[in-house]
Structures are given as structure tokens and as C-alpha cells.
Design a protein. Sequence first.
Length: 150
Amino acid sequence: MAASDLDQVIEEYHQAISAVARGDAGPQKRLFSRRDDVTLATPIGPPIRGRHAVEEAFDRVVAQLRDGELLSAENISRVATDEMAYIVELEHSRGKVGGSEETASWSLRSTTVFRREDGEWKVCHRHADTVTESRPMASILHRDSSASDG
């Protein structure tokens, strides 16, 4: 595996994230695995599995975005073998969300796993969420309306 091969795919992946912010899922869909075990966890929905479900999720995301771009991808970690690789990044983007005419900014913590499929790097898993700063444990708790007060 040439490091430059993976470098090129990661660059294409970053360009595909920009395309999503512009409302175009095509480049991202092309980089994702076509296998049934492909998984995706977006900040706006539960984790999903399977090519069809992943494509539908991308369609839901891009339907809400336009005129955007990835501003930067801050690399936290990168590990690669001949057959698999992963990156952990903080992605900083901007664009128009929903029907708003104002440009908004957002940051995502992301983990992306790549694997070799028929000699090409493909994304087999992506997880992105909005946790980009330290926060207290209590911030993840669900309010249990059935719990007794005492």
C-alpha cells in the first residue's frame, strides 16, 4: 500500500464532505463501500447498516444543506495497514441549513474507517457527532419521566 494512495483518497473524501455541505451526496456515495456491512452514524440519526440505508441517509442530510463547504479537517489520529485504515478528525464546515438564507457554521467529531475493496480504498464506516469540546457526564443523561423523586 502506498501512503500516497491513501492520502489521495482522504483528500477526495474531504472534497466529498464539501460536496455534502453544498447539497450533493454523489461524491460521498461513490467513496462508500457497496457491501452490505457498510455503516454510517450521522449527527441527525441513529446508526444504520447496509448500502441502501446509507444512500438514503446521505439523501436526507443533503436535502437540508446547500451553498456550503468543509473549511478544515483537523487530524487527530491516522492509522493504516495494507488492508484497513482509520482517521479521527474534527471537521469544521459552513453552509446554509434548511430554508435559512443565513450561512451557519458547524463542527463535527468524526471517525472514518477505510478498507481495501477490489484494490481501491472505500469507506466502510463513518461516525460523526457534535461533541467537539469537553462536557460534563450529566450532559449525556436522559431524563427519565418514570423515575421517582424520592
